[in-house]
Ligand binder design. Sequence first.
Ligand code: ZN
Length: 431
Amino acid sequence: MDILIKDLDYAVDLNLNLYRDIDILLRRGDKGEITIHRGRNLMEKFNLDRRDLKIIEGNRRCAIPGLSNNHTHIPMTLLRGIADDMILQDWLESRIWPNESKLTGEDVYYGALLGCLEMLRFGVTSFNDMYFFPEEIVKGAKEIGIKGAVGFPVIDFGTPQYKDLDKLLRACEEFIKRYLREEKIRPVVAPHAPYTCSRDTYVQCKEISQEYNVPLHTHLSETRYEVVEMENKIGRRPVEYLESIGVLGENLIAAHCVWVTKEEVKKLGRYRVKVVHCPGSNMKLASGGVMPLVEMLKEGVSLSLGTDGPASNNNLDILEEMKICALLHKAHRWDPRVGDVDTVLSMALNSKSIGFENRDVVLLDLKSPHLRPVHNIKSNIVYSANGNDVDTVIVDGEVLLENKRFSRIGDRDLERIYTKVDRVVKKFEVQ
Ligand SMILES: [Zn+2]
């Protein structure tokens, strides 16, 4: 059924054009594709009957395209708040890894359900993930209905599912083949990081990604420790190293890129690498460096935003991440013009980087004291709003959230998921 959103106060499109007092019509074509029309009197213009339309009230609301969370580890919702304010290595070794090793596929599925619900509630309509048991994440995302680039994690010392690297790489290829033709799922090859994957591993991952024409998703230059270790071991910095083994390219999605030189930024631009900025996680884990936003933009690097896992953020709220991003770069450069509203908004809407067209619509409820008055709606979106202001979410022409209620998941299902999650986390050791 086509959808008409009537009497919107404001709308912002993917090119950040601003509209006032407007209607939006979502029409489904013969091949299932969604076309978005903006204007007034659209029913008359397209000769549509009210009975053939789903009509949504847009009064006192603002429509924006779907938000995209381009680097995350969704099932880490299970580890949210288990340990904060710790040195990164200690945090990983004493709290995160020991507890993660206890997770089963079913546990990961419930973590994924919880995370996908959280993202949907916050207006995030597409994500790019990397975590063990990726088929469980596919299952969770399909149930909730949001779009996911799901990475099959590759790491030299194995995963809970595959201890042997050869078996793991074969399973990776099988995973890619199995999900190649899904509508809302994009399978991705996800070598973890240059310090946990050998040259050989990266090359094999690249071969799989090329053969099936799917993205590669990796962590890159997240910490100073990583850079020093690579320099000592290989004599190159991480970006230079990936260039030397032929991994830099248009299909590479690189998370973080915090500790990079100007030369490395130039390479990222030249090879058209997609960089995902995770300012909240970088600040919380005290990675020290700051992704060089100004230099990245100057070199034309494709930039987007990610929350990283909910254990280092601690939520999946891209509206909040926009504000963190804007503030971090102003403080870092002593320049309030850096990280401006349009720049961070376009980063948050960039689902193209992870392979999804953005035909999604998110409505923000403006009937809240913190969103009045409206001098500049884009300013309110970036600096005043948060995920809780999302009221309605339409993904690929399906209304998945309406008036802050999930359409596919009833209250009883929701309660069942929370109960299950509470049961799963009982096995964790919390010190
Ligand atoms: Zn990460």
